[in-house]
Write a protein that binds this ligand. Structure first.
Ligand code: HEM
Length: 452
């Protein structure tokens, strides 16, 4: 590790740069030091940024018990809680994943197809002709309604609607750069009243918690067994036959609600931006969509190759999660030809890997065709991370992205309000398009092109 290049700046200076402009930080130092270098971010003084696919493949293939990940995600603890799958390690982590994976895969996932298409139409019908709307806010309304339905089974009762409004407010607050900076300084986490930054957060969180606990309590009393995720968690028992406590349920529900919509909304916003910035790409996609006829089945839509390539390219160029979760070594080990001491933070850098010129030539060019021309390995294209921490909702997110895009392109004519390039900016732990991409709905949608 001592032989690795380290960014030669004061740790506080590095931390502030990382908070304010993480992609510029990564571009600057990777162009100087290549695909493995040490960052010192405040008190985290041994962050190793990895972007060589061989090193990442080795890291993903290593025995997971050699790393701690949950503890390194501690910035998420105030919102998600100690029992979130994102903060767990070892057996408890494995058990929670086994429980949470099935609803987001296979047949269970497919049952959400109709809901996704209908929710998209419902939101799009509220856009007034020629009146700008914020694409990110609109995509968030869609993805939040979809995940609320998946998690609780119901979206049309008052509690769900209040929860939706409160979650949107909490996310607007906690994804600001100011808030993200605050998360790095635990001594600032003090409740100094409703107007103090931390006090405001605690009050918002309490309102959300009250609603979630009320729903858990009602559902325990009703003995209602639906196909939603809360029903599944209520029925789950661990190896000793013990059910999850209210606190554990709350933390897992909050994790799914937040991780399950925020990222997808950003990815959809980017996709709409790219499609309307490059009309030939959109036209090619519309021809492909038209080939499915008048009322295509959601599964058929999800299998379209060009639509898949558009979603992949969107997730490649500005990956919503620009790094995977840090893997903290528990013992000394060798990865990518380097030896690391116990306690080192190994960071698979999704953004830098996706911009390797040897894998993705002209990497800042949006070109979905690259995904039709060759296949990439799980360590070359990794928008959902990898190994035992790979995103639980990856298949669900892609399914949702495809159906939302297909529904919008098949039924509406949209345009960007401003044709200038949109910059990526930090939004909490993710990267999102600056300004949320204002768009307008145009009059006179004449349908998809007639297939030849
Ligand atoms: C475009 C949308 C999404 C992107 C780009 C994304 C990306 C990621 C990434 C990069 C990770 C960390 C993986 C690692 O460290 O190796 C992750 C973890 C996770 N994601 Fe997603 N995600 C998305 C959507 C979703 C959805 C829809 C859900 C839930 C329904 C979800 C739930 C989770 C959970 C629970 C974890 C933690 C897994 C663990 O620690 O074992 N995500 N996601």
């Amino acid at each position: 590790m001592s032989s690795l290049p380290a960014v030669p700046q004061h740790p506080l200076q590095q931390l502030l740069w990382w908070i304010a402009q993480p992609l510029s930080y990564l571009d600057t130092w990777s162009s100087r030091y290549g695909d493995c270098f040490v960052a010192r971010l405040g008190e985290y003084n041994n962050f190793v940024i990895l972007s060589h696919p061989d090193a990442i493949a080795q890291l993903f293939a290593a025995d997971p018990s050699q790393f701690e990940v949950g503890k390194a995600n501690r910035l998420l603890r105030p919102t998600l809680g100690d029992n979130s799958v994102l903060l767990l390690d070892g057996d408890r982590h494995r058990q929670q994943r086994q429980l949470l994976m099935p609803p987001f895969h296979g047949e269970r996932m497919k049952t959400y197809g109709q809901l996704i298409c209908e929710t998209t139409q419902h939101v799009a019908q509220q856009w007034q002709l020629e009146q700008p709307f914020n694409t990110r806010a609109a995509m968030q309304a869609i993805s939040l309604q979809v995940i609320l339905k998946a998690v609780f089974g119901l979206t049309d009762n008052g509690r769900c609607q209040t929860l939706q409004a409160l979650l949107q407010r909490l996310l607007t607050y906690t994804t600001s750069r100011l808030w993200f900076g605050l998360a790095f300084f635990p001594w600032l986490h003090r409740d100094l009243g409703a107007w103090s930054p931390w006090g405001r957060f605690l009050r918002m969180r309490q309102q959300i918690d009250d609603l979630i606990y009320a729903e858990i309590c009602d559902r325990r009393q009703q003995f209602f067994q639906g196909s939603d995720i809360l029903s599944l968690l209520l029925a789950a028992r661990d190896e000793s036959g013990t059910a999850m406590t209210d606190r554990e349920l709350r933390d897992e529900l909050m994790t799914l609600l937040i991780a399950g919509h925020e990222t997808t909304a950003t990815a959809l916003t980017w996709a709409l931006y790219w499609l309307h910035r490059y009309p030939q790409t959109k036209a090619r996609l519309q021809v492909e969509l038209a080939s499915l006829g008048d009322s295509p089945d959601p599964i058929a839509i999800s299998r379209l190759p060009y639509l898949n390539a558009v979603c992949s390219e969107t997730l490649r160029i500005y990956p919503v999660a620009f790094i995977a979760a840090p893997r903290v070594t528990q013992i000394a080990l060798k990865i990518g030809g380097h030896r690391f001491e116990a306690g080192t933070y190994l960071i698979p850098c999704i953004y830098l890997t996706h911009h390797r010129e040897d894998l993705f030539p002209n990497s800042f060019e949006f070109r979905p065709e690259r995904f039709l021309e060759r296949q990439f390995t799980a360590a070359e294209f990794l928008p959902f991370g990898g190994s035992n921490r790979r995103c639980i909702g990856a298949a669900f997110a892609l399914f949702e992205m495809k159906l939302v895009l297909a529904t919008l392109l098949r039924n509406h004519s949209l345009a960007l309000v401003d044709s200038s390039p949109v910059a990526p900016v930090r939004r909490g732990v993710t990267i999102a398009p600056k300004g949320g991409v204002p768009m307008v709905k145009l009059n006179g949608f004449s349908g998809l092109p007639v297939p030849e």
